[in-house]
Design a protein around this ligand. Structure first.
Ligand SMILES: NC(=O)C1=CN([C@@H]2O[C@H](COP(=O)(O)OP(=O)(O)OC[C@H]3O[C@@H](n4cnc5c(N)ncnc54)[C@H](O)[C@@H]3O)[C@@H](O)[C@H]2O)C=CC1
Ligand SMILES: O=C(O)[C@@H]1CCC=N1
Length: 276
């Protein structure tokens, strides 16, 4: 399978890193990005072939992964359009990872192209621990759906959605989610230092706690609420912390923040799609 990445930035690098050591013989990754620096880094790290122009890498691809910023998507579609129209019947699969950009808009920008899968991966793909929400448009064949699943599965599990509108919620939960976790870790590290631990000690304690608690929650058959209650002795230290969080409205603030992320995804779709 020949996979072309259009855009070799943060998310493409994470996907390529996860994919690079899982590709079967004969598979090939080709990356286009106007940044020579980004291309040199990807070439050196993962042995991919590169070009500065999107059409140069997409011409022979079976799967074209669009990994540019949502605002650049329309211009990239315009670059790819002649190529998709050049050989009637040749239908490479388009996989878009852009937040907000709707399949219908992308299809229109690509001259009514049908073979589009919309995905929302996340950056832990870099270490093979990503998760991706995906949805296929009506023109995607079963074999193409399988190919898309195969690519994203190289970096973690996939969750297929029935309704494209759900992808804004996926974006808010797992696409943006790593940033919330990093934010929480930053807060824990800062608190550790303010209470007299070294930066290194704070980092070690916060990281191991996050990893351990997440693994425990994943491996346990019990609800996460029960696991939380087991840490929380009545009148004890955790109780003091959680009472303080409740008083500060931490949980509603998180829920509100995630709804803001989903709303922004929808808004970006309205803004960028309406521009056509
Ligand atoms: N960063 C993340 O955690 C996630 C990002 N995404 C989506 O992935 C997409 C890319 O995001 P990032 O990697 O964070 O952005 P980024 O800015 O790191 O990468 C975008 C790359 O596209 C390149 N580019 C711009 N115009 C181009 C063109 N015409 N042809 C080829 N390359 C071009 C830029 O030089 C840049 O290297 C966005 O649409 C975003 O919504 C999705 C899931 C998670
Ligand atoms: O912040 C963003 O818009 C992208 C999509 C999900 C993660 N990063």
């Amino acid at each position: 399978m020949k996979i072309a990445f259009i855009g070799g930035g943060n998310m493409a690098s994470a996907l390529i890193a996860g994919l690079a050591n899982k590709l079967t013989a004969g598979a090939h990754i080709h990356v286009a990005d106007p940044s020579a620096e980004a291309l040199a880094r990807l070439q050196q790290q993962f042995g991919v072939t590169t070009a500065e122009q999107a059409d140069a890498v997409a011409a022979a691809a079976d799967v074209i992964v669009l990994a540019v910023k949502p605002q650049a998507m329309r211009a990239v579609a315009a670059q790819l359009l002649p190529l998709l129209q050049a050989v009637p019947g040749r239908q490479p699969l388009i996989v878009s990872i852009a937040a907000g950009i709707r399949g219908a808009d992308l299809s229109r920008w690509l001259g009514g192209y049908g073979a589009i899968v919309r995905c929302m991966p996340n950056t832990p793909a870099l270490i093979g621990m990503g998760i991706t929400g995906m949805v296929a448009t009506a023109g995607v064949s079963a074999a193409q759906k399988q190919a898309a699943d195969h690519i994203l599965r190289a970096v973690g599990p996939t969750v297929w959605l029935d309704d494209e509108a759900q992808i804004d919620a996926v974006t808010a939960v797992s696409g943006s989610g790593p940033a919330y976790v990093f934010y929480f870790i930053e807060a824990m590290q800062q608190a550790a230092q303010e209470m007299g631990l070294s930066a290194e000690q704070g980092k070690q304690l916060a990281m191991a706690t996050f990893t351990g608690a997440a693994q425990l929650a994943q491996q346990s058959d019990e609800p996460v609420t029960l696991l939380r209650e087991r840490v929380t002795s009545k009148g004890g230290t955790t109780y003091a912390a959680l009472t303080s969080m409740e008083a500060s409205g931490v949980k509603p603030a998180i829920i509100q923040a995630m709804k803001a992320a989903a709303a922004r995804g929808k808004e970006m779709g309205d803004e960028l799609g309406a521009a056509s």
